[in-house]
Each structure stands twice: as C-alpha cells, then as structure tokens.
Ligand binder design. Sequence first.
Ligand SMILES: Cc1ncc(COP(=O)(O)O)c(C=O)c1O
Length: 360
Amino acid sequence: MGRAHNFNAGPSALPLEVLRRAQAELIDYQGTGMSVMELSHRSETYEAIHRSAQDRLRRLLGVPDNYRVLFLQGGASLQFAMLPMNYLSRDAAAAYVLTGSWSEKAAQEARRFGRVQLDSQAKEDGYKTIPEMLDGEALAGASYVHITSNNTIYGTQWHAFPTTQIPLVADMSSDIMSHEVDVEQFHMIYAGAQKNLGPSGVTVVIVRDEWLQQANQDIPTMLQYGVHAKADSLYNTPPTFAIYLMDLVLEWIEEQGGLTAIASRNAEKSGLIYSVIDEYPDLFDGHAAKSARSHMNVTFRLPSDEQSKEFLAQAKALGFVGVKGHRSVGGCRVSLYNAVPVESAARFAEFMRDYARKSR
Ligand SMILES: Cc1ncc(COP(=O)(O)O)c(C=O)c1O
C-alpha cells in the first residue's frame, strides 16, 4: 500500500492508525448496525463520542474547569467574525497583532464591528519575525487582543506568548495540540481541526466561562458562543463524523505519550529540515528569522523562481506532496503536522541535501 509523504498545509496527513480504525468501524460502529455518520446526534452512542472528544481535549491540553470546550462549524474563518460579533462593539476597539495573512483576515473581519488597532511590527519585517513585546499603542483601551499562534503561510510561530492584562485570544488553527500551552493565559483559543486535530468540518473553541457571560447577545442565535455552550455544542446537528475522527486522533496523541512527546517529535522533524537550510544558506533561503521558526510549516526559497520550480518538480517526482509554497509567498513550504512521520521529514531532508550537492 502506498502512503504519500504528505506535506500538505491543511487538510493534511492523518495518522494511518486512525484511518485504519475508522475503516474497521465504518459500516458497523460498535454493534449499532450503522456507521457513525448514520447515528442520531441525540443517541447515547453519539453522545459518548462527543463527550469523549471533549474529555480527551481537556486532558491533553490541561483545560481548566472554568473553560468550556465547544465544537462549532464554519472553520476558523467564521471565528474571525464570531469573535468580534460577540466581544466588540461600535464604540470600542480590539487589538490585532499582524503576523501573517490569517491575522490580516481576522483583523479585516473585526473592522465590520468596531475599531481595530493594529500591532504591525512583524508586518514591517516582511512577516519574518514575531514581536518580542506587544505594541502598547495598539493595546490601549482594547476589549481584547488577537494573535495567530502559528503563521501557516509565512512559517513563523510564537514560542512564548505575550502576557497582558487585556483578554488574549489566539487563533491556534495550525499548531494546536503540537505542544503544551498554558490555557489560562487565554480568554479564548480557537482552531479549525484540519491540521492537527482531524478532518475539516469541525472548529474547536475553548473559552473562559466568565467571558461567556459578557458576550453580546444581540446577534443571530447560531453565532452566539453562549448558545453553543449552554447546549454543549448540540444546539443543532454537529459535524458528527468529524468529531468522531477528532476523538480518534486525540486518542492517538495520548498513545504517542501526549503533548510533551508530540512536541519533541515535531521539533525533531522541523530540525531535520532547518539543519539543511542552515548547511546550504546560499541555496535554501529560509523565510523565517531563526527565533521565529515554525515547527509546523518550514518555508524557504531557492535563488530563482526557475530553480524553485525545478526543485519542486523533482520533489514531486519522488513522491513528496504539497511542497509548493502558498501562492502569496511563492517558493517552498513543508508542513510537518503531528501525523507526518519523522521518516517523511528525514527523507525530504535527504532529498534537499542531495539536490544541494548536485547543484554545486
Ligand atoms: C492560522 C490559520 N487561521 C485560519 C485559517 C482558516 O481556516 P478555515 O479554512 O478553517 O476557515 C487557516 C487555514 O489554513 C490557518 O492556517
């Protein structure tokens, strides 16, 4: 059986063990005579899956009791709008730390609902860095401050989160569950599932109880965090199959040894690629400043577009999938989410080294 070396940026690799388990359970889930997709979302069998996914997520991330874990739809992109709809008003301001295209999109949505104050330090650096300290002017009077923990397109990542008295919200779509975080630093964390948590279709929101009480209720029912919290994410039909697969992925993470083990594996994988970039700096031009390098998305360019193209063609011919950089940045991007085996990263590093030796 052929499994690709899958470096897609999302949707992306899922653990083979999870796919096998889902395959085995597909037609008759635990003796019900039906697949998870065919279960009622009000059945005890489905409710057990729903609870299991919430419990595992809580255990793995160490989510404190005063936070709610919600399973929503609409992707992280809907969160760009839901967050300001719930927590921003016309006469108030929110601070957005621009560290890449996704944070720009989040800020753009917030502008529809109130004033937006930008921390543009990383933007001024061509999105190669992460701010060492937040810009005080941007924070002044803000109802919340929004960061993007990992910048999927530029390949930069926050390695220490900012401390601030203002409610901190993070889009963790591309690095949630890749390392430990202190949830208490945040009022809210949100993430689309399709990189580290499972397939697309479910969005995880982790939010502080006391902040839920302060949310705006004069918005459509389906866009109120409070409604979903009260109904335990069963206000309407949830994406049941995606949540089931997420539960299996979370179980797999537990079997790997949890987030400490996963984080060291992720550092090993990205280290394999960054070390080739550092060995051949004239050939591989890493985009991110060293201090801001992402363990999830490694981005680099070759000296010319022609050479990037040729390198990508060779990579493709060898069975490496998804290496082309995002269209807005160009060059190459290797995404190394949790389910990408060390073996795939090692093979790719070997290919880069071979390519470098041959092009001398
Ligand atoms: C950091 C980040 N935020 C938001 C999004 C958008 O997510 P979705 O497609 O789930 O709306 C992405 C998608 O790649 C992302 O990487």
